[in-house]
Design a protein around this ligand. Structure first.
Ligand SMILES: [Zn+2]
Length: 59
């Protein structure tokens, strides 16, 4: 069964990584507004994914 949340989490990760590779304003310590937005989208999905994994293990 396709895991939609996991797919979106991975896609957000790839999108953010691709942005960092091509962006001239993002560094290891600072993010441009676009990079920040992509990072937050990724972080939200990662949190949701990890929280759901914890829930599933508890059952
Ligand atoms: Zn950037």
């Amino acid at each position: 069964m396709p895991d939609d949340l996991y797919q979106r989490y991975q896609a957000a990760h790839r999108t953010h990584q691709a942005h960092i590779r091509t962006c001239t304003r993002c560094t290891d310590t600072a993010r441009c507004p676009d990079g920040q937005r992509l990072f937050e989208a990724f972080a939200r999905l990662q949190d949701a994914f990890l929280a759901r994994q914890r829930d599933q293990r508890r059952r």
